[in-house]
Ligand binder design. Structure first.
Ligand code: PEP
Ligand code: MG
Length: 887
């Protein structure tokens, strides 16, 4: 295969091979934009390197060939002592991983060529500054030297000069630093800095390959669910310099506001600096609009290019550029990351501008983004004490205890505490703390700083560049502009939508998007609500899947309906036996004879009937799938240990023991199970405790009859849990049909209910063809189906060892969260096909947690389910994703 592509040979559709950066550099080159020449080493070469520990043998010759061409175009040779060509070596994977992998600039400088660069650039300071940058970057990323050592030496040099800005350092300061840096490398890497430019290039390429498997890159991929086996491409690009003086500089920009979606000019510019300075937030940048005053021609050209890119990519783009002595160069572009709100707004703006259609707009947003927009935000009316204001870098409302480093953040979070990570600026090493935190607050850096970019990607609240706060890391506190002191552990609130930082906990209010779904805000109430309305309406028009809700109270049912649920796919009846009613259930379990049992059931009947009247009424005209009681009986009795202790204590004190307690203890012991989830629950309970299911079916039927008499249209369905054999279902079905007939006769109202089953035991999926003979519908209970397919206790494993499993790459996300397509999914496919073969009009849905998970909704669409059912709050997410699956 061909391992190296010139920028003139690629295009934006080649991201798999050239990575995002390489593919887009090629695209820009071919659009005729001013891109410095260069070439891309493919991800395939990286994969060979990662698999074998060495680059493919053909690579060296291909690099030589492309380097020679580059030298020819540039009219200079790499590292030439008189007039050196310098190159940057930049990572670039298929999916953007900001700051997670390595980049080395200024390759080609050495003790000789630094003089050539000074001569050609006419600037000693610039040449030595460039050389010391190469040494520190190369030392850190290629030779594995601790970057702090270089930082420290730089700080010392500034201190010696009595300054805090690197702009005050002069040529001889940098020249001295070069010697110090070389010493650091010698001492800590155990080798000399390589003077041979070609060796520098080879080592840098390898380092980029290896950075794919660096710890922070792995962590980021797990978080973002990027596969671990893609590898990164490597871009070798002729250097252009933003640090050649005040007529040079570097910047980043967005073609629209990535925070809100507003149109306008958004970016940061830094004079006399190299690209890494901006992203790292080392010096404070100026708004891009200032560039107009500094260099009008370059500014106009930049805006023109930004318009070209937006029209070409038909989307928001972000760019990195450098100005070298007044001339503009484009270093990168890509379709830019954006907040959830911006995603919805930009998608509809692009429709209005005629660049995309509504189907495409639907693809431009995700259920996860919609879910984010449904989070609450700070109450505007609440009293709050603002102590600082920063940049609104990533929206949301976050409250937590201030912590000052990544490790502490992770420790607090592990104890279940909410934290805000407060840093001067973040770097990729802070990633674990950022993941653990509710939000991130930094003192430096703008909307494009590391903290901002990563937080937006993770959907986390971030306020950056709150310059008024003074962080005292040693004493673990920060001080606000008016002297307020926040110690580690003190609660603060940060508003990523406005940039405000508040002392203490600020109360939150519902999001406007939720208010819209609730019917409290009109679809045109504000631009965001209107964008959401347009897109979800289109999703509804497109989707084939029905969306129902898991709800078991009239209130939940009503909310679900407002959120667009087309029925209840799972009404769990367990909670109807708790609270006050627990005593009656206790009597039922402890009954000594049928008479006692009947008495208890008779007491439960009217209560249960009222429950159903409320729910059927709330869902009038829509199906309500009532699941008969499921959990093990002992869940309704006191805890074995508690009860034993109570009795033992009474005995030890010589107090009389309540005879009821003794009776209870006997029952608890009798019913105790080692594996309750695999024990007496679900249909098994119904078959063992006479009268229990009958009570529920009667309550359903009587509730329906009452409503029909009131002129309503109840549509109950009766769902039997945990069925593994058709015989179980047949027995329950016969009894239920009898009761429906009886109630119809008693009430004079024709009461109908579909009778169906959950498919949540693997055997049910395996024998779906038989079971469908007795079932009018299937509903996949994927919580139990996952538990029993993997043999993972759903109540224990996630906290116990899933973290380790994910580290080991056994799965990237818990199978209880996103459906395991290969295993559980195979059972589902099989059951769908075989169930429908028996009964072509079999209604099939899913009611496990997966019903509201975006990725799993796509699976349900693919395998041809009729509907998904999920918690009311996720109903809009499921509607959106069902629409996306269909276009
Ligand atoms: C299931 O098992 O997926 C299900 C919906 O039932 P429950 O979660 O109540 O066991
Ligand atoms: Mg279940």
């Amino acid at each position: 295969p061909k391992y190296v592509y010139d920028f003139t040979e690629g295009n934006r559709d080649m991201k798999d091979l050239l990575g995002g950066k390489g593919a887009n550099l090629a695209e820009m080159t071919n659009l005729g934009l001013p891109v410095p020449p260069g070439f891309t080493i493919t991800t395939e070469a990286c994969r060979v390197y990662l698999a074998t520990g060495a680059p493919p043998p053909e690579l060296a010759a291909e690099v030589d060939e492309h380097l020679a061409r580059l030298e020819q175009v540039m009219g200079r040779k790499l590292g030439d002592p008189d007039d050196p060509l310098l190159v940057s070596v930049r990572s670039g994977a298929k999916f953007s991983m900001p700051g997670m992998m390595d980049t080395v600039l200024n390759i080609g400088l050495n003790d000789a060529s630094v003089n050539g660069l000074a001569k050609q650039g006419g600037n000693e300071r610039f040449a030595w500054d460039s050389y010391r940058r190469l040494l520190s970057m190369f030392g850190k990323t290629v030779l594995g030297v601790d970057g702090e050592l270089f930082e420290h030496a730089l700080d010392e040099a500034k201190k010696a000069k009595g300054t805090t800005s690197d702009l005050d350092l002069e040529a001889d300061d940098f020249q001295r630093l070069v010697e110090v840096y070389k010493d650091i490398i010698r001492t800590h890497a155990g080798r000399e800095f390589p003077q041979d430019p070609r060796e520098q290039l080879n080592l840098a390429i390898r380092a980029v390959f290896e950075s794919w498997n660096g710890e922070r890159a792995r962590l980021y991929r797990r978080q973002e669910r990027i596969p671990h086996d893609l590898g990164t491409a490597v871009n070798v690009v002729a250097m252009v310099f933003g640090n050649m003086g005040l007529d040079s500089g570097t910047g980043v920009a967005f073609t629209r506001d990535p925070g809100s979606g507003d149109q306008g000019i958004y970016g940061d510019y830094l004079q006399n600096a190299q690209g890494e300075d901006v992203v790292a937030g080392i010096r404070n940048t100026v708004p891009l609009t200032e560039l107009e005053k500094l260099n009008k021609a370059a500014y106009d050209q930049l805006l023109d290019i930004m318009r070209t890119l937006e029209r070409h990519y038909k989307d928001l783009c972000d760019i990195e550029f450098t100005i070298e002595r007044g001339k503009l160069w484009m270093l990168q572009t890509r379709v830019g990351k954006r907040t959830a709100a911006a995603a919805f707004r930009i998608a509809t703006q692009l429709v209005d501008e005629g660049l995309i259609d509504m189907d495409e707009a639907l693809q431009r947003v995700t259920g996860a983004q919609l879910a984010q927009l449904m989070f609450p935000r700070f109450d505007e009316k609440a009293a709050k004490k603002q102590i600082a204001k920063g940049v609104n870098a990533s929206p949301g409302a976050a409250v937590g205890k201030a912590v000052f480093d990544s490790k502490t953040a992770a420790e607090y979070a592990a104890r279940g505490e909410r934290v805000i990570l407060v840093r001067r600026e973040t770097n990729p090493d802070d990633l674990p703390g950022m993941i653990a935190a509710q939000g991130i607050l930094t003192a430096r850096g703008g909307k494009t700083s590391h903290a901002a970019v990563v937080a937006r990607g993770m959907g986390k609240t971030c306020v950056s560049g709150a310059e008024q706060i003074d962080i005292d890391l040693a004493n673990r506190r920060f001080t606000g502009p008016n002297g307020e002191v926040v110690q580690e552990g003190d609660v603060i609130s940060i508003d990523g939508t406005s940039g405000a930082v508040y002392l203490g906990e600020v109360p939150v209010v519902p999001s406007p998007v939720v208010e819209y779904f609730e019917g409290k805000l009109a679809p045109d109430a504000d631009p965001l609500v209107s964008a959401v309305h347009r897109i979800i309406t289109h999703a509804d028009a497109r989707r084939r899947l029905g969306v129902e809700a898991n709800a078991d109270t009239p209130e939940d049912a009503q909310r679900a309906r407002r959120f667009g649920a087309e029925g209840i796919g799972l009404c769990r009846t367990e909670h109807m036996f708790l609270g006050e009613r627990r005593k009656v259930v206790e009597r039922l379990i402890l009954a000594k004879d049928e008479a006692e049992q009947q008495a208890a059931l008779a007491e439960l009947l009217p209560l249960q009937r009222d429950d159903f009247v409320g729910i059927f009424e709330a869902m009038d005209g829509l199906p309500v799938t009532v699941r008969l009681i499921d959990p093990p009986l002992h869940e309704f009795l006191p805890d074995l240990t508690d009860l034993s202790v109570r009795i033992a204590v009474a005995e030890a004190k010589g107090e009389p023991v309540d005879p009821h307690d003794r009776e209870l203890l006997d029952a608890v012991r009798r019913l105790h199970e080692q594996n309750p989830m695999l024990g007496l629950r679900g249909v098994r309970l119904g078959l063992v405790i006479p009268g229990l299911f009958a009570l529920q079916v009667r309550a359903i039927a009587e509730a329906a009859a009452i409503l029909i008499k009131r002129g309503k249209n109840p549509r109950p369905e009766i769902m039997v849990p945990l069925v593994g054999a058709i015989q179980e279902l047949e027995i329950v079905r016969e009894e239920a049909e009898g009761i429906l007939r009886t109630v119809s006769k008693e009430t004079g109202v024709d009461v109908h209910a579909l009778i169906g089953t959950m498919i949540e035991v693997p055997r049910a999926a395996l024998t779906a063809a038989q079971i469908a003979e007795a079932a009018e519908f299937f509903s996949f209970g994927t919580n139990d189906l996952t538990q029993m397919t993997w043999g993972f206790s759903r109540d224990d494993v996630e906290g116990a060892f899933f973290g380790r499993y994910m580290d080991l790459g056994i799965f990237g996300v818990s199978p209880f969260e996103t459906l395991d397509r290969d295993g559980v999914g195979r059972l589902i496919r099989m059951a769908v096909t075989e169930g429908r073969a028996t009964r072509p009009d079999l209604r099939i849905g899913i009611c496990g947690e997966h019903g509201g998970d975006p990725e799993s909704v796509h699976f349900c669409h693919e395998v041809g389910l009729d509907y998904v059912s999920c918690s009311p709050f996720r109903v809009p997410v499921a509607r959106l994703e069902a629409g996306r699956a269909a276009v």
